[in-house]
Design a protein around this ligand. Structure first.
Ligand SMILES: [Ca+2]
Ligand SMILES: [Ca+2]
Length: 417
């Protein structure tokens, strides 16, 4: 035995190829000793010996890879052997495969160590991970044939790795040969590989909501702007808030059929930032008309992250008017902006019939409201009538208002904004 150990040790120091040779030598030599033939000449018979190991037969051992511990990127797996059909396992030769793109093999611990002096443990060079940098770790174990093989589940060997990527990766078993007491031929049973799922850097609470970083902003952060959350990261957390400077904005629009100065209306205005997909403005804004019928809003403060917006205006007796993907170019030297929407006049139709509130639909109710006012008279100056149906802001309800209504009445529901 001492001569053989010397033989292997000597060749191990000469590198991996020699180590492999020594492995084959070890298998063949031990195999022959198992059969009671001690003859170093049988080294040359290694392929024949392996064929015997590989013969298909009743499954004699199941092999499993299980993760045994993990600390950060470092983890250990254990190779477990579970004899089947009463087999007593006395040796094995098995290759464990891993992806060098995702894992670094760093160390090996022999777990199963038969306890007699003449036992051959793991061969060859298994204690030196530098022998196994190509993604396959060949592990060979034989014990003294005079010692009883194990018959229960046994942790055989522990392999240490470091994850070098966050990818899903697999550690698998291949080319396994098993030596069983009193069996010249043996066959492998089931094997299980180990899948390491892609790592996530996200942390979640007990309700599976992401645990996000909180940002403490200084009190004087963004005095003349609006604090906007940064874009969501891959965990669903808002990015670091940024300050978007306010832009003093006026909006210009027109009302269909109204071409006189000095008319004041209150319209609901909604503005969406197409980049952040957030509504950056949603309020009622006062507009006043000039002699050209252009209605100009009071100034509003807009915090725009990008220069493309969607805008919707809902006039007091009107359908909603939506314009999308408006390119705005604020002058960097003058933080003011004019949004000219006069090319798309607000169309009358959705009258404020319910205590001054509109219902979002241009329909028969609106039509009948005007029709009823004009049913018994051609003109109404009643303040309640004027409030709901003086579409052209003439101070009275007449057929001119009805015809403006009919000009746009098509029973359409407001688009969503
Ligand atoms: Ca209506
Ligand atoms: Ca009128």
């Amino acid at each position: 035995m001492a001569t053989r150990e010397l033989f292997i040790t000597k060749h191990l120091s000469s590198g991996f190829l020699v180590a492999l040779f020594a492995l084959f030598a070890g298998i063949s030599w031990q195999w022959t000793q198992f059969r009671g033939v001690v003859d170093l000449e049988t080294i040359e018979q290694k392929p024949a010996a392996l064929e015997q190991f590989n013969a298909e037969n009743t499954p004699l051992v199941d092999l499993d890879l299980e993760k045994s511990s993990e600390q950060g990127a470092e983890f250990k797996i254990v190779l477990k052997a579970t004899p089947q059909n009463g087999a007593a396992v006395t040796g094995m030769d098995v290759t464990v495969n891993y992806s060098t793109d995702d894992l670094q093999f760093t160390a090996l611990n022999q777990v199963y160590k038969p306890n007699t002096a003449q036992t051959q443990n793991w061969l060859p060079g298994a204690n030196d991970p530098s022998n196994f940098t190509d993604g396959s770790i060949e592990l060979t174990f034989f014990q003294n044939p005079e010692e009883a093989g194990f018959t229960d589940e046994q942790a055989m060997i522990e392999l240490h790795f470091i994850r070098t990527s966050k990818n899903t990766t697999e550690i698998s078993i291949s080319d396994a040969f098993v030596l069983v007491e009193d069996e010249e031929e043996s066959a492998l049973g089931a094997t299980s590989s180990l899948i390491l799922q892609a790592e996530s850097t996200c942390a979640y609470d007990e309700n599976d909501n992401p645990i996000c970083q909180s940002y403490d902003l200084p009190a004087d952060f963004c005095p003349n702007g609006t604090v906007v959350d940064g874009p969501d990261d891959e965990c669903g957390c808002s990015g670091e808030p940024v300050c978007v400077e306010n832009i003093s904005t006026t909006i210009q629009t027109k009302l269909a059929g109204v071409n006189k100065a000095g008319v004041s209306i209150a319209a609901k205005v909604m503005i969406g930032d197409t980049t952040s997909k957030t509504r950056v403005f949603d309020d009622t804004v006062n507009f006043t008309s000039d002699e050209n019928g252009v209605f100009t809003s009071t100034e509003i403060a807009l915090a725009l992250e990008d220069s493309v917006i969607d805008i919707a205006i809902k006039g007091p007796m009107h359908k909603i008017m939506i314009k999308r993907n408006i390119l705005v170019s604020p002058d960097p030297t003058d933080s003011s902006l004019v949004l000219d929407l006069t090319n798309s006049p607000l169309l009358p139709g959705d009258l404020p019939l319910d205590n001054g509130v509109q219902d979002g639909v241009v329909d028969e109710r609106d039509y009948l409201a005007i029709k009823n006012i004009l049913d018994t008279k051609t003109t109404s100056t009643d303040s309640a009538d004027v409030a709901i149906a003086d579409i052209n802001y003439s101070g009275k309800v007449t057929n001119a208002d009805l015809s403006l209504f009919l000009g746009t009445w098509n029973s359409m529901i407001d688009e969503e904004f």
